[in-house]
Write a protein that binds this ligand. Structure first.
Ligand SMILES: [Zn+2]
Length: 167
């Protein structure tokens, strides 16, 4: 079974008319851009799938099991050195904890312990803060079944240093 994907208008595929050289060149650049965009989106989707599978579709912070609410978070951001979309650079996190991790409300030590930012531990508020954030402090990250899928300690170390710096 096969299928064909068109990523741009057809004229971009045959840029050989001299009269249309400029138009064609523009189209070629645009096609290259669209192609790389599509590639990166396909890439992202497979990163999410691979990370969620490794963690058996659970949030590694709170253990929530609803796939629709789960993301694959990067430990080292996409685009940075060591920011590749590999499982060891990922954490399966629910939407809330993805934001908590990205915004440095909590960090993860290289020994897989979740640390909540100090000022948040002093705050008083409703159940989301109390159970959803403060309750994570000192908890151990839920790890993938296979050790080869575990988050990379060097990447965690690098990210944790940034978390400490931000706090
Ligand atoms: Zn969660």
């Amino acid at each position: 079974m096969t299928f064909t994907v068109a990523v741009d208008e057809e004229r971009a595929i045959i840029p050989d008319q001299t009269a249309h050289q400029a138009v064609a060149e523009g189209a070629v650049h645009r096609r290259r851009y669209v192609t790389s965009l599509v590639r990166s989106r396909l890439h992202q989707r497979s990163f999410r799938e691979r990370v969620l599978d490794a963690y058996q579709r659970q949030c590694s912070f709170c253990r929530l099991r609803h796939r629709e609410l789960l993301d694959a978070a990067h430990i080292i951001a996409d685009g940075e050195e060591a920011g590749q979309p590999v499982v060891n650079n990922g954490l399966s996190l629910c939407k809330m904890h993805h934001a908590v991790f990205d915004r440095q409300f909590a960090g993860v030590t290289p020994d897989f312990e979740i640390v909540v930012r100090q000022d948040l531990l002093q705050e008083e508020d409703g159940p989301m803060l109390r159970y959803g954030i403060q309750g994570l402090h000192g908890q151990r990250l839920l790890l993938p079944v296979k050790k080869k899928d575990w988050p990379d300690r060097e990447r965690l170390q690098h990210r944790f240093a940034a978390f400490r710096g931000a706090g």
